[in-house]
Write a protein that binds this ligand. Structure first.
Ligand SMILES: *Cc1c(COP(=O)(O)O)cnc(C)c1O
Length: 360
């Protein structure tokens, strides 16, 4: 027996985990600096850790109140109704829920290239087709309304990533509005703000009142440091918010995850410290790396290094894990996540050594 034809689907290629690499190198994971998955180098808020501990004895029951509480807290934060908040297992879960709610078989989605691979994966899982709009290195990966509209051909969903992974480029608010206005009536524009906490630009959530064809994705995985718990959310217009009840996997966001996210949402100090560190590290990386880099609104910097695979392999041997962007279609670039004030300078030293070694 075999599953259905899966040849159109490709596996997600994550940044390699510290434990995996440590095992391969035969060293302690604590001796590695992992700057390959855009995680929060400070980890989760201490309040979230407390919440996780406190929740442990009650995980025998299905999450219900915690899920409601989180939806309400998020809604409160953004000035929307709780119905407009789709709590999901990671932002990846929100991508799936939107695919479920919008795609009929054969419908197409338009995604950035290079870009986050899960958009296309989710579309394919839901029997959709995929087209892409190019972000060009020669144009510093500029994200404008025209970048998208030149490629747009009536697709059912259009993904915008702002700040964009892996380049750090952003859409202006005007560009998002222009796009929402320009696309066909039945095209959904999805603004993925997985890194929204790290930019000064305002969230597109503020546009939902005036546009019923926009959805915004957010996550607790990045700035909130809860990647291991898998909690994210979509914020959607009032007009079709009730679709959630029909596409939601029952209890998909866990009790522990929802409780931790609630606590994290309340810890403004931790978030502030996280964002401040990332902004500092972003500047440090751009100033001190011996390679061309791009301005970034996220907690990472893209750098042009020549042979990215060789550079990433060399830094790994020296204990620093960075993301080789070959799988993004950028074989000459690496993406370096922002570390702490302690780890970032060390990582830059190692990277510059590796660059020198690979270039000779
Ligand atoms: C990390 C990331 C996500 C989703 O992460 P989750 O852990 O599923 O919340 C979504 N979009 C982009 C661009 C990302 O980098």
């Amino acid at each position: 027996m075999q599953p259905r034809d899966l040849s159109d689907l490709s596996p997600y290629v994550p940044g390699r985990g510290a434990e995996e690499v440590a095992r391969e190198l035969g060293i302690d994971p604590d001796d590695l600096t992992k700057l390959s998955s855009n995680e929060n180098p400070h980890g989760p808020s201490p309040a979230a850790i407390d919440a996780i501990r406190e929740t442990a004895p009650t995980v025998g029951v299905y999450p219900k109140a915690s899920h409601t509480d989180l939806g309400e807290a998020v809604a409160d934060r953004w000035g929307v109704t709780p119905e407009q908040v789709w709590v999901t297992p990671g932002a990846d879960g929100a991508i799936d829920y939107l695919s479920r709610a919008f795609l009929d078989p054969g419908d197409s989605v338009l995604v950035p290239e290079p870009g986050f691979s899960y958009y296309r994966m989710s579309a394919r899982y839901h029997h959709g087709d995929v087209a892409s709009y190019p972000l060009r290195k020669a144009e510093d990966f500029a994200q404008t309304a025209d970048t998208v509209l030149d490629a747009y051909d009536g697709e059912r969903m259009v993904y915008l990533t702002s700040p964009h992974n892996p380049t750090g480029a952003e859409f202006s608010r005007e560009a998002v509005v222009e796009l929402a206005d320009a696309v066909a009536e039945d095209t959904l524009v999805v603004v993925d703000e997985a890194y929204g906490e790290y930019t000064d630009a305002p969230s597109s959530i503020g546009l939902l009142d005036d546009h019923d064809n926009l959805a915004v994705l957010r996550t607790f995985s990045k700035a909130y440091g809860l990647a291991g718990l898998r909690v994210g959310y979509g914020v959607v217009p009032d007009a079709w918010a009730d679709a959630y009840a029909r596409v939601n996997t029952p209890f998909a966001a866990s009790e522990v995850g929802c409780r931790a996210a609630l606590a994290a949402l309340d810890d403004d100090d931790h978030l502030e410290r996280t964002v401040e560190t990332a902004r500092w590290a972003r500047d440090y990386l751009r100033e001190h790396l011996d390679a061309p880099t791009w301005e970034s609104g996220g907690n990472f910097v893209l750098a042009e290094v020549g042979d990215a695979a060789a550079v990433a392999e060399t830094t790994k041997r020296l204990g620093v894990i960075v993301r080789d962007c070959t799988s993004f279609g950028l074989p000459d670039c690496i993406r370096v996540s922002c570390g702490t004030r302690e780890t970032t300078p060390h990582a830059v030293e190692v990277l510059n050594d590796a660059l020198a070694e690979v270039r000779v």
